[in-house]
Design a binder for this molecule. Sequence first.
Ligand code: COA
Length: 236
Amino acid sequence: MKPEMENSIKPFVIVTPRLIIIPTPTAVSINSYRSLYSSLHANVAFCEMAFGHHFPPRTWTDEETRDVIQTRDIERCWGRRDLGDFAVALLPSAFQTDSCMELSIVKGGICERLFNQIGLDDLQWVGYAGVRDATTTSLPPREAADPALPPWQEMIEVRYGISPEFWGQGLAKEAARAIMQWSVDEKGVRRFIAETERGNSRSGKLLQKLGFTPSGTDYWKEPSEIEWECPKSHLH
Ligand SMILES: CC(C)(COP(=O)(O)OP(=O)(O)OC[C@H]1O[C@@H](n2cnc3c(N)ncnc32)[C@H](O)[C@@H]1OP(=O)(O)O)[C@@H](O)C(=O)NCCC(=O)NCCS
């Protein structure tokens, strides 16, 4: 299939040794990815771990799934800051190389040829990962007494969700790390932030492996959560 590009974002993909990482303005058109995305958000254990009481599991139709991705990610994140979520799939073995390059960005005509060769609907999807400006997406409204926030390039929230059958293989780390590096190199990001439910030690461990430490900030004003930060120089 030929993916539609939305919001005039030029086609590109991030390729790592094991993964192909596709921005959602492209991935929203891929049926098999929408199906994986909606199944994760209908999974009780996944939602409890990832979102606590903030987001109970939902059963979306395919049309609703497309709409959620379009409004919450493509318009709010990609449309405003030109960064957002990516769909994460296993790189088909025919495209794996012995090169030890950690990531490459494939753009333009080469990217279109890659899409044609790969067959996007046949990819084995493992989840999503992304970066977004927390100040215009997930943070609650600021009040007069709140301290001023750093510039948005220092308020970039990292998020990810991997299908449980793929946990424990380092795929979340590989995806998040590649997207973070891309956002430093191409979008001028200087600091990452994250929040985890206090009980989500698996995500906390992953954040530490990426270079995050607890920040002691209270951006999200949510006592059930721990907040983290990672300056670009600490990215592992
Ligand atoms: C949080 C989540 C992404 C973590 O997934 P994960 O598979 O544990 O994370 P990783 O991909 O980094 O895998 C790490 C494990 O794989 C193992 N591993 C195997 N091969 C590896 C490799 N090549 N590189 C790195 N780790 C590897 C590591 O030993 C590590 O296990 P350990 O931490 O027990 O030592 C996943 O549990 C999830 O999607 N949860 C639901 C959504 C969620 O909570 N999102 C976060 C909201 S804040």
